[in-house]
Design a protein around this ligand. Structure first.
Ligand code: AKG
Length: 274
């Protein structure tokens, strides 16, 4: 299986429409890949909080339209990264008043939207995304027939191992994590991507952005990790397409040869009384 991670640069000075057009061109250049991945909130930048509202899109908005066509024209599975999604308004509110979500979109090679994942863990503590956006509450997996099952997570989710255990229980073999991870905590990004791969005996495809969003320099360093924790490929800090070939069968082989997942004791995340 061949995957291409598009570590697109997000910098001020390029409009959302211009970047969307550039992302379409980058996807089209990946003909021959099985799976193409874009990062988190690449239309606005993950830290451009003031842009979330004005640039929010309905699920079937301009990014959906552009990416569905890019996927079908190129004949690839496309994880189109995430967009600031404008959800349905509560009953009685005007249409533009729906809550915001950080929503990832996955398209099949026919251009059909096969999954939308609303980020569960919002970053910022008491500001930024944590207050501006609503939280998703559904675990999402996507079956790529004959290849692998994707488990979806986004950026800050990487810090919460229980989410990934849930995805593994739902059948995930390849964990796809679009991000807008800051350079300041790059060591955590690499370490956690490897940890999620080792503990879940899964491939990790972690796709970040390059550039500087709203004054926050980005880590770049997208990476692909195998189920043994080995880094198969890693990008630098600038805009780059990271292409890697891997054998999805390695997940089952690793889980069989070193069957630690069978030794899990369930329910330890809930207090128990003696
Ligand atoms: O957890 C981190 O250090 C970065 C998370 C983040 O930037 C995000 O989720 O947007």
């Amino acid at each position: 299986m061949r995957a291409s991670l598009i570590q697109i640069a997000v910098d001020e000075g390029e409009s959302v429409a211009e970047r969307r057009q550039r992302a379409v061109s980058l996807v089209r250049e990946q003909a021959g890949a099985d799976l193409v991945v874009l990062p988190e909130l690449w239309t606005t930048g993950a830290f451009a909080y003031e842009e979330f509202g004005p640039e929010a899109e309905l699920l079937e908005g301009p990014t959906h339209e552009a990416m569905a066509k890019a996927a079908s024209d190129t004949g690839v599975w496309l994880h189109a990264g995430s967009i600031p999604e404008r959800g349905e308004p509560d009953g009685g509110s005007p249409a533009g008043d729906g809550p915001l979500y950080n929503t990832s979109l996955v398209f099949s090679p026919t251009g059909d939207l096969v999954a939308a994942y609303r980020k569960i863990h919002r970053f910022g503590f008491d500001k930024g995304e944590a207050v501006l956006m609503g939280a998703g509450d559904d675990l999402v997996t996507v079956r790529m027939p004959g290849a692998t099952t994707l488990g979806l997570a986004t950026c800050y989710d990487l810090r919460f191992p229980e989410l990934f255990r849930g995805l593994v229980d739902a059948g995930a073999e390849t964990l796809v994590i679009p991000a807008g991870w800051p350079e300041r905590r790059r060591s955590h990004w690499t370490l956690l991507a490897q940890a999620r791969a080792v503990e879940n005996q899964a491939f990790v495809l972690a796709c970040g952005t390059a550039g500087t969003h709203a004054g926050v320099p980005q880590a770049g360093h997208s990476l692909v990790v195998d189920p043994w924790g080995e880094v198969l490929a890693e990008a630098g800090r600038g805009e780059e397409v990271l292409t890697v070939e891997f054998d999805p069968g390695k997940v089952a082989a690793t889980r069989e040869q070193f069957p630690v997942l069978k030794d899990r004791v369930l329910g330890l995340d809930r207090p128990r009384r003696r």
